[in-house]
Design a protein around this ligand. Structure first.
Ligand code: AMP
Ligand code: MG
Length: 692
């Protein structure tokens, strides 16, 4: 991607408005004039040709003018006739170019004034107005492709901040030479040549990914450099069919902007995307029979990584979302010194000089300083001014006295003191300096975090895309809640539970319904999950029985590990990858499914989503029960606190759904043997620790 420039940089150091070039995956290169850029592009094209590679190059200026211009200037409605005309007429060197003279010459051939305007040179030109006083030239202001795009400049404007006219005139001759020399096809003028040409030139406009660029700029750097880097990444990572759709445009005379109307897709592709998970990420150490819970958790924590992409989101909608990158203060808070109270402001030194016997008398200056309505001008030394809370301190004020501490009449005011220098004022940046890190990547945004980001100038935030989690239930016996149910049939309790857990945790659940105990149906559902989700949670069919197709499928895919975890209630838990899609095969029993989801799936999903690992914080409470526990496995009991003691549900049967709803947390009993008597300390994990 190339960010062109109509200006000239003769100095040694990078300037923001010279030419920037970036290859996908590389670093932006600074090219300080068009001659350097042409040489670099020629080298790049030659290198690609010699390597037998095809290359797509984007330039950020229009390849054509509004319809009718080519014909008026060259006699042919052919954009390349225009390119030839400019190549012949433009004189360009690092010391200067004749673009304004050329615009003047062209204007002379049109009726009225225009179509070009803006003369950035010293010499007056008879046909090129300095300001936009054009009339009667007969050309449209914009190309059809520019309709509805915010912020595009017209090709007729030859200079001024953001203008593109000079870039077109100085850019087209370079493109014309390069396309001849390397046989490049120009989009969208040569649609038949795109598929085979060794190089394709496209028109781009970084304004389409403005939000991604702004987000990148918060970390510093030059805007144009970010633009070419992010656009190169976007076009290189766009799905093939999306890029092909963008290229399928007809604009044979005026040209068009690649990706216009598909800003969201471009923006998404511009952001850094995480690599896929490794195929062995659920592998367990060989020879281990029962994996302790802590070891299983450590493995997950170690091997999983965020899989969600990064997008830009509106701050107002960002509650509960995950911040994707560290956030810096865009400006200081407060931005200026201001008053912390309603009162009177003055210069401390003058008040000190005026103090007699502990009292200060100051004349009152007319006017006032209020929040949003600053006092213009300088307060005369030795006077006081009415100031209100939040008002910027005017020049001449460094201290404020509280209004309750003053006696005031028409002529002036009196107060005890004076108070200390700087009293009742807030210093610029005393809360936060511009540029400091205010929030860390991975933060799940809470209301106060939004206040913080807003106060330091953020309107859009870099966010993780929501983790898409597919959920399905297996079992021929399972029917939907509320359905007609004959004998041998049970209602699906797991799916509604899992889907609502996921919503609570801020993920995007996808309901894949009930899948019968049938290998082909399950495999089709897995495929769909792989297409539409980032993770899959299944329940049922996870052990090694005849009808346990979840584990059988994953095992056949070669990426299944049967996690025999030393956990009650819980086993079996199957973890595996289905062509890169992480699958959590939860047990069918609702109690076991619930406990496994809280203990294993929740922290793992949080990590995959980009919010880092989450461990619940328990607290020791006296047991309100007695129990003898066998060694060799961790146990979780449905529990609740009453009178400061942990009660547990009378039955530990893992099919007992009643106990789930009865409970308000879990009691966690460690892996070893234990004899618990009433009043002994046990670890209680309230459901709130699991985000419930
Ligand atoms: P499975 O793991 O498929 O052998 O299932 C274990 C037990 O959980 C069986 O009694 C199933 O009927 C039951 N079960 C499986 N899926 C669900 C579900 N979605 N809701 C309620 N119970 C289920
Ligand atoms: Mg089953």
């Amino acid at each position: 991607m190339v960010d062109w420039s109509g200006g000239n940089d003769t100095g040694p150091r990078p300037r923001k408005d010279a030419i920037w070039l970036c290859e996908a995956g590389g670093d932006p290169e600074y090219l300080r004039n068009r001659q350097a850029a042409e040489a670099r592009l020629a080298a790049l094209l030659a290198e690609a040709r010699d390597a037998g590679e095809r290359v797509l190059i984007g330039f950020d200026f229009p390849f054509g003018y509004p319809a009718g211009f080519a014909e008026a200037l060259t006699g042919r409605a052919d954009p390349f006739a225009l390119w030839d005309w400019f190549e012949a007429a433009l004189e360009d060197s690092p010391r200067g170019n004749n673009r304004f003279a050329l615009a003047d010459r062209i204007n002379a051939r049109f009726p009225g004034t225009g179509p070009f305007w803006f003369n950035g040179g010293n010499a007056d030109l008879p046909h090129l107005p300095r300001r936009d006083t054009r009339a009667g030239h007969g050309m449209a202001e914009h190309r059809a492709a520019e309709a509805g795009i915010k912020g595009v400049f017209s090709t007729w404007q030859m200079g001024g901040a953001g203008a593109v006219g000079g870039q077109v005139m100085t850019g087209l001759p370079v493109l014309n030479r390069l396309r001849r020399r390397f046989g490049a096809a120009v989009w969208p003028f040569e649609p038949e040549a795109l598929a085979e040409a060794p190089a394709v030139f496209v028109e781009i406009w970084p304004g389409l990914i403005n939000r991604a660029v702004k987000a990148a700029e918060t970390a510093g750097g030059i805007r144009d450099a970010h633009q070419v880097r992010l656009l190169a990444r976007a076009l290189a990572t766009l799905p093939q069919e999306v890029l092909e759709g963008m290229l399928a445009v007809s604009a044979p005379e005026e040209g068009a902007i690649l990706g216009a109307g598909q800003e969201a897709a471009l923006e998404r592709a511009a952001r850094l995307q995480p690599p896929p998970l490794q195929n062995d990420c659920f592998a367990l150490p060989p020879g281990v029979d029962w994996t302790p819970v802590d070891e299983a958790l450590a493995l997950l924590r170690d091997r999983l990584r965020p899989v969600t992409g990064i997008e830009t989101g509106d701050l107002f909608e960002a509650e509960g979302r995950i911040l994707a990158e560290d956030l810096q203060a865009r400006r200081a808070n407060p931005p200026h010194p201001n008053s912390a109270v309603d009162g009177y402001g003055f210069a401390h030194a003058a008040a000190l000089a005026a103090a007699e016997e502990g009292a200060v008398h100051l004349p009152l200056h007319p006017g006032r300083a209020a929040a949003g309505a600053p006092f213009q001008g300088v307060l005369p030394e030795g006077a006081a001014l009415r100031v209100l809370t939040g008002a910027d301190l005017p020049a001449g004020v460094d201290t404020v006295v509280l209004e309750e501490d003053c006696a005031v009449d028409a002529a002036g005011l009196a107060f005890r003191g004076p108070p200390k220098r700087g009293a009742n004022t807030r210093k610029a940046g005393e809360d936060m300096q511009a540029g400091v890190r205010i929030l860390a990547a991975g933060q799940v945004l809470r209301p106060p975090d939004l206040a913080l980001a807003a106060a330091t100038g953020h309107g859009d935030l870099p966010l993780r895309a929501r983790l898409r989690v597919a959920v399905l239930s297996t079992g021929d016996e399972v029917v939907d809640p509320g359905a007609e149910a004959g004998p041998g049939v049970i209602y699906d309790a797991n799916r509604p539970m899992l889907l609502s857990l996921l919503r609570r945790w801020g993920h995007a659940p996808l309901d894949l319904g009930r899948i019968p105990d049938d290998r082909a149906a399950l495999s089709a559902a897995f495929d769909r999950a792989r297409e539409e989700a980032d993770v899959l949670l299944t329940s049922g069919g996870a052990s090694a029985g005849d009808e346990d197709h979840v584990s059988a499928l994953l095992r056949a895919a070669g990426a299944m590990t049967e996690w025999r975890i030393a956990l009650k209630p819980g086993r079996p838990l199957a973890l595996g990858l289905w062509q890169g899609l992480p699958v959590f095969g939860l047990p069918g029993n609702p109690v076991a499914a619930f406990v496994c989801t809280l203990i294993f799936a929740r922290p793992a999903l949080s990590l995959l989503a980009g919010a880092g690992w989450q461990a619940p914080l328990g607290r020791e409470v006296p047991a309100g029960f007695a129990k003898r526990k066998k060694p060799g496995r961790r146990e979780y009991l449905r529990a609740r606190l009453r009178d400061g003691r942990a009660e547990v549900f009378p039955s530990e049967g893992s099919g007992r759904v009643s106990g789930l709803s009865w409970a308000e947390g879990l009691v966690e009993l460690d892996d070893g043997a234990r004899e618990i008597c009433e009043g002994d300390p046990v670890r209680f994990l309230p459901f709130s620790e699991f985000g419930l």
